[in-house]
Design a protein around this ligand. Structure first.
Ligand code: NDP
Length: 311
């Protein structure tokens, strides 16, 4: 059997970021600077890392960014007022509310308050509807990144059997719709699916967005399939690390240094029998910020009626 092809998310993300930077430079000649506002409530360390990285990438690509950091005690009404102000601002094209929000804040109401034209996360029901009916709009970043990986790696989608395990509104469902819009034959699985291995073994393209470490084992995979691993699961127990990464000196060294390693939703042993796969880390996750930058520039164009050139 041929060695599986590693789908390098970091390289693809760099390519997309370079294209976005090029577009930003083109827009600046028209006097337009795309702007992203990121709202980070309270002090969740993981969220702080994500937000800093988003703001930093904006800077690198020439996108204006602004970080708003209301305290943990902020109410839903106060958050709604922030969103209304950002909706009205001419210099802001994208609004991102970093999730999760504190429990007392009504997340659904807030996400629905963002103007669909500035909804760079693609979570607003209007954008979900546009995606469902194949109309242009802002698409969720992680699922859109999956399509970019497949297309830029010249892997066929049309006519392929695509199986998506997971049906969340932010990953599984939009990924399934995007694959369907690309003319794949799509099956969506979830926790109530009967005989999951029988379904996944039929997949030419298998997308795992489950949130369970190494859940998709080699027995569940057809030889030569393309494996797209969306999962990000942190292992902190040495026995678990050994279970998933036995004999992997690099992972062992990372674990010794950091006290944790990341594993996806697909068992690493399954990659060996695939035709191509996205590694974790360095696969799908690497695309998410690049697609956010793409969406911000797309929002800037769509709002002004300027044709979208790339992607
Ligand atoms: P959710 O928890 O919202 O959804 C998980 C889905 O998996 C649900 O639809 C659930 O089914 C299904 N599921 C759970 N257990 C099983 C099972 N035993 N068999 C079949 N299906 C099952 O997770 P998300 O969609 O938000 O995230 C999925 C993964 O992707 C996580 O690891 C997350 O960290 C990662 N992620 C990565 C991103 C990236 O940038 N790379 C971005 C976002 C998420 P049911 O609906 O029936 O409960």
């Amino acid at each position: 059997m041929k060695n599986p092809h590693v789908l390098d998310g970091v390289a693809i993300a760099s390519e997309i970021k370079a294209e976005v930077a090029h577009e930003v430079a083109g827009l600046s000649k028209k006097g337009i600077v795309p702007g992203l506002a990121v709202v980070l409530v309270g002090e969740v360390p993981a969220s702080q890392i994500y937000v800093r990285s988003k703001v930093k990438t904006c800077g690198e690509l020439g996108i204006y960014s602004e970080m708003l950091t209301p305290p943990e005690s902020i109410t839903t009404d106060e958050m709604l007022a922030i969103v209304a102000e950002l909706n009205a601002r001419e210099d802001i094209d994208g609004i991102l509310i970093q999730l999760p929000l504190p429990k007392h804040v009504d997340t659904k109401r807030l996400l629905e308050a963002i103007s669909p034209d500035k909804d760079v996360d693609g979570f607003h029901p209007v954008n979900a509807g546009r995606l469902q009916s194949g109309q242009p709009g802002l698409q969720p970043c992680t699922p859109a990144g999956i399509i970019e990986i497949l297309k830029r790696s010249k892997l066929p989608i049309a006519g392929q059997n695509a199986v998506v395990v997971g049906r969340s509104d932010i990953v599984g469902k939009p990924a399934a719709l995007l694959l369907l819009n690309e003319s794949a034959t799509v099956t969506v699985c979830h926790s109530k699916t009967r005989d999951l291995p029988a379904v996944t073994r039929n997949a030419d393209i298998l997308v795992a967005a489950i949130g369970r470490p190494g859940y998709v084992t080699p027995e569940m995979v057809k030889a030569g399939a393309t494996l797209i691993d969306v999962g990000i699961n942190r292992l902190t127990d040495a026995a678990d690390v050994d279970r998933y990464f036995a004999g992997d000196a690099e992972r062992a060294a990372t674990f010794a240094k950091r006290g944790s390693v990341i594993v996806g939703d697909i068992h690493p042993a399954a990659f060996a029998i695939s035709g191509a796969y996205t590694p974790v880390p360095g696969g799908v996750g690497a695309l998410t910020i690049a697609m956010l930058m793409h969406n911000t520039v797309k929002a800037a164009r769509l709002r002004r009626g300027i044709a979208v050139e790339s992607i």
